[in-house]
Unconditional design. Structure first.
Length: 280
């Protein structure tokens, strides 16, 4: 039984399939809800987010599909929004937010080069190091702590419905090659963020997207973080961050098993404008 995914990408951004194909894939898996969460507009042109002149078409199409498939699945209209550590969500129109059923707040960009161009933590290893050199004088620990500091600030101030891939900063940290996840300072940074989430209604996602795309063999967040989440009783939802229809429920079964093994007996999924709790 697959319940839901509200983190999915389509041809409106960097996904391979149309919104309708993603919805059909979710129906095929027996899901109760699917949310389409195209990468939202950015203050500059990139290939992987929705073009400004396509935003209204996107909204209209998802609303049309919501109606078309309402007897088979609940379709939700969302967006994955980029938080910038300096300008925050300044680039997002309030009127756009009012039209969405939910938001995913993510930090992909952690700093800027001298020319103002932002650099991402979601790219390749070399690019990450280049960025950390530019903004943090090469101090990886400082950059990682700052990542969680800004993630906390984003959640406290804007309360996105879902926090996107909370430990994305580990993407290039295979075998703890950049920093050691077992170090106390890392645990403190992560737990500080979890304490911030605990005071809001935001939900943390288990995100299998990097597994599907071959970047990692593990989900976001790491297993030990899931245990900290359980201790704080912060609700968890499972999302595929799928960029293609075939990955709509990538490793969901394994995630249910993992959470059960960690002693988590329920997860939540978004439906009818609220988080619904289900027993695993
Ligand atoms: Zn993302
Ligand atoms: Zn995404």
């Amino acid at each position: 039984m697959y319940y839901s995914t509200v983190h999915t990408h389509t041809t409106y951004c960097d996904g391979n399939n149309t919104a309708e194909e993603m919805i059909l894939a979710a129906i095929n898996k027996g899901m109760k809800t699917i949310g389409i969460s195209t990468h939202g507009p950015l203050p500059f042109e990139v290939k992987w987010s929705v073009a400004n002149d396509k935003i209204q078409t996107y909204i209209d199409e998802i609303r049309y599909l919501k109606e078309k498939y309402k007897d088979k699945i609940e379709v939700l209209l969302g967006m994955e929004l980029d938080y910038f550590i300096d300008t925050e969500f300044e680039h997002i129109d309030k009127s756009l937010l009012e039209q969405l059923d939910y938001t995913i707040g993510s930090i992909h960009y952690l700093g800027r080069y001298d020319d103002g161009k932002p650099w991402t933590v979601d790219g390749h290893y070399e690019n990450l190091l280049e960025g950390i050199n530019a903004s943090y004088g090469g101090d990886i620990k400082k950059a990682v702590i700052d990542y969680y500091h800004h993630l906390s600030k984003m959640v406290e101030k804007y309360k996105p419905t879902v926090v996107g891939h909370m430990d994305l900063i580990k993407k290039n940290n295979k075998d703890n090659s950049l920093f050691n996840e077992n170090d106390l300072w890392y645990k403190d940074a992560v737990c500080g963020f979890l304490d911030a989430v605990k005071n809001t209604d935001s939900v943390i996602e288990v995100n299998t997207g990097a597994i599907a795309r071959g970047y990692m063999t593990e989900q976001y967040p790491s297993k030990w973080i899931l245990e900290e989440i359980r201790l704080r009783e912060i609700p968890i939802t499972i999302n595929s961050d799928a960029h293609s229809a075939e990955n709509i429920a990538c490793k969901f079964y394994e995630m249910y098993e993992l959470l059960k093994d960690l002693g988590l007996d329920n997860i939540v999924y978004l439906s009818k404008n609220a988080w619904q709790k289900i027993t695993l």
